[in-house]
Design a protein around this ligand. Structure first.
Ligand code: SF4
Length: 177
């Protein structure tokens, strides 16, 4: 069982998982497991790369395209390249979150911005493989030792408990590894 002893520890979370209406269609992807189980253990700090980089709600759907090592973030209908807009936001946002003493990240899966493990990557019209979302990629580069996880695996109590322990450990060690 998680306890409430780490409520001073800040964990950054994709805002749609917390019920904020920030998705492309104005909806959310509230995950009660995150708000209830993680929310009693940590202070949850929302972020939404797509809205915070200046895109609207609602907005055109986007996807990652091209080179897996340097994918482009493209709107699907127009199409319009939002990569530089997003990367500029990413490098500024990680510094802001560092100043806020964030100790972990929880990401929404399959998003071209937030996915940690498997954002679909398109080549022409077909999905060729998968990669990291652009913001998740910048987080992992900037904070190589910080605990990071997607929301879905945290439904598993063992994975969740292990993640909570890693976050507390990271916080207590003052990020010195
Ligand atoms: S997945 Fe990330 S970018 Fe997409 S709505 Fe949620 S927080 Fe915003």
């Amino acid at each position: 069982m998680p306890d409430s002893g780490h409520s001073c520890i800040k964990v950054a979370v994709s805002a749609c998982l917390l019920g904020e209406h920030v998705r492309y269609d104005g909806g959310h992807k509230h995950d009660p497991n995150i708000t209830e189980m993680m929310g009693i253990s940590f202070s949850l700090v929302p972020f939404c790369p797509e809205v915070e980089c200046g895109l609207s709600i609602p907005r055109e759907t986007m996807r990652l395209e091209g080179d897996p090592a340097a994918p482009r973030l493209m709107t699907i209908q127009t199409p319009d390249d939002k990569t530089e807009q997003m990367l500029t936001y990413c490098s500024k946002k990680v510094r802001e979150l560092e100043a806020e003493n964030i100790s972990a990240f929880i990401f929404k899966e399959r998003s071209p911005s937030c996915a940690l493990n498997a954002a679909p990557l398109y080549e022409s019209k077909s999905c060729a493989e998968s990669t990291r979302g652009l913001f998740a990629g910048e987080v992992v580069r900037y904070f190589p030792f910080m605990p990071v996880e997607e929301a879905e695996p945290l439904n598993n109590s063992e994975i969740r408990e292990e993640f909570i322990n890693r976050v507390a450990d990271y916080y207590e060690k003052g990020k010195v590894f």
